[in-house]
Design a protein around this ligand. Sequence first.
Ligand SMILES: [Zn+2]
Length: 130
Amino acid sequence: MSDNHLIEEQARRPIRRSLWRGLLKRCPNCGAGRIFERYLKPTRCCSNCGEALGHIRTDDFAPWLTILVLGHILVPVVGTIDYYLTPPLWIILLSVVVIGTMLALALLPHAKGLCFGLMWALRMRGDEQH
Ligand SMILES: [Zn+2]
């Protein structure tokens, strides 16, 4: 495979565009079709362009990314609330559990879509052995 061919292939699947479309839970190829047929269940192929998507497995990357983002949101907010308002500990814990769960459920599909877009752009399937 020549260098020009590799560059053309990379240009056909630009990473930044694929990440953005994945974040919006859209097909990384056309940007119109949905990548999930249910909450986190990927569709077998795009309903708009027919691109095969069902073979891509993101595994634990999306939950890991969700936890990373949530930690950077929740910890400063809880620290600030605790510092200025000093509510009882049970209110802080209850708020963290409820708000954290709601945010995690809201962020997880977008994180998975982001992983999906990246893996599609890099032609990864999620079952690589190296
Ligand atoms: Zn598509």
